[in-house]
Design a protein around this ligand. Structure first.
Ligand code: MN
Length: 439
């Protein structure tokens, strides 16, 4: 028999995702808003009136100040919101994330007057999103990047090794990954300096030290660990999702020329470590639940520790745009889909911990570049232009093989519901020129 309190809690959670639900905040009801009342993603923001970074939730064109609501005793929770990172809130666990979601949904739903009719509270509780500064949502103790798109791995293997044996034999047996740099994860909007490094030109014996000439994006999603595991205690595949707080968009900026020279035998290093951009709002798995779907069939069947039951992908459509400096319009580079990923987030986390590696609240795990079967569904310029051989024409003139200085690259993504969408906002960055020698 299902405990009746637990059933009530699940019914309340389901009610927060009802497609017909509307908010008294009008901009949240716009079908093209990333932040309808069904979403309620968490982030960290500040504004001119209060420059202290603190926790908020995006809705329509607004940010709900969670600390203000908590002090007004409208949200029941431990005092964790007046902090510059969400880690303390995330560490409270899934029952608390859900309870805050349910309380917020009730306060923001059409018909609720608690905030709407309180002339003193309302302007303090709601901050215009356009006038706020967004910060990294969590302190990130560790960052890992996977390589879980079969199309991407096949394209890269074909380009750099052998089209007949594009996938190495281990690829279909485990989610391949590497330990990245948490220190250089930055929030959307932070400019990225073009890296310099060792580049081996084909006609020379030794490398040169120069600015990267093949600067690229990797269109990815990332997930944030919400409950870690102890050292030596792996997370089972069927339990893995309960360890995930939510998802962000992630651009794993990549210096292809540096990468090609340095990556053997231990994988990428300076080619990736200079910057990784994430979107500022963490969309919870509770908000993504209605968009759960199946992932591609796995052949061969994975080893037992990588098997799970049910569906573990989410139907998220993703886009990449490029806007040159001073250009009025951006060119859409690609449209792709998270559900195409061969390995799931649950399998990535199970594999990451199977040898005993511990994870911590706030850890960031990148999906790997998300590519589909066609050039305009690829998640990197490397693939779209086939290593620069087939340039992309830009709207308004010009073309690109790789990223040029001043270019702004923007990733967006959302799940399409009936009359609304659950979106991620933007993951954007402008490229600054490389330092000159001696700078
Ligand atoms: Mn990557």
């Amino acid at each position: 028999m299902i405990d009746s309190t637990r059933k009530d809690a699940l019914d309340a959670l389901d009610a927060t995702r009802a497609p017909a639900l509307r908010s008294w905040i009008e901009s949240a009801n716009d079908s093209s808003s990333d932040f309808p009342i069904q979403n309620l993603p968490f982030g960290i923001f500040s504004d001119e009136a209060n420059p202290s970074p603190r926790a908020g939730v995006a809705i329509g064109d607004w940010i709900v100040d969670l600390d203000v609501l908590h002090r007004a005793r409208l949200i029941e929770c431990e005092p964790v919101f007046a902090r510059p990172a969400l880690n303390a809130f995330v560490a409270l666990g899934v029952e608390r994330w859900r309870s805050v979601r349910i309380q917020l949904s009730a306060l923001l739903a059409s018909g609720s007057e608690t905030i709407k009719a309180d002339a003193a509270l309302r302007p303090r509780a709601l901050v215009p999103r356009g006038s706020a500064t967004l910060h990294l949502p969590v302190d990130i103790p560790g960052y890992t990047d996977f390589y879980s798109s079969k199309e991407h791995a096949t394209n890269v293997g074909s380009m750099f090794r052998d089209p007949k044996h594009a996938l190495l034999p281990n690829w279909t047996e485990m989610p391949i990954g590497y330990n990245g740099r948490a220190s250089s994860v930055i929030v959307s909007g932070t400019p990225v300096r073009r890296p310099r490094g060792q580049i081996k030109l084909p006609d020379q014996d030794r490398p040169v030290f120069a600015a990267c000439r093949k600067l690229d994006i990797e269109l990815e999603t990332g997930f944030i660990v919400g409950a870690g595991n102890a050292l030596g205690q792996p997370i089972g595949c069927d339990q893995a999702e309960s360890h995930i707080f939510g998802m962000v968009l992630l651009n794993d900026w990549s210096a292809r020329d540096i990468q090609q020279w340095e990556y053997v035998p231990l994988g990428p290093f300076n080619a990736k470590g200079f910057a990784t951009t994430i979107s500022p709002w963490i969309v919870t798995l509770d908000a993504l639940e209605p968009f759960r779907t199946s992932s591609p069939k796995q052949d061969p069947e994975p080893l037992a520790y990588l098997r799970h039951t049910g569906d573990h992908a989410f139907d998220i459509t993703l886009h990449a745009h490029l806007r040159p400096e001073h250009a009025d319009s951006a060119t859409k580079l690609a449209t792709t889909h998270f559900k195409l990923m061969y390995w799931t987030m649950a399998q990535q986390l199970a594999h990451h911990t199977v040898a005993g590696c511990n994870t911590r609240v706030g850890d960031l795990m990148g999906s790997g570049t998300i590519s589909g079967p066609t050039p305009d569904s690829c998640g990197s310029l490397l693939e779209m232009t086939w290593n620069g051989q087939r340039p992309i024409a830009l709207e308004g003139g010009g073309e690109r093989r790789f990223i040029e200085d001043g270019d702004e690259l923007t990733l967006t993504g959302w799940c399409q519901g009936d009359g609304y969408r659950v979106g991620f906002g933007e993951c954007a960055g402008v490229i600054l020129p490389a330092l000159q020698v001696g700078e």
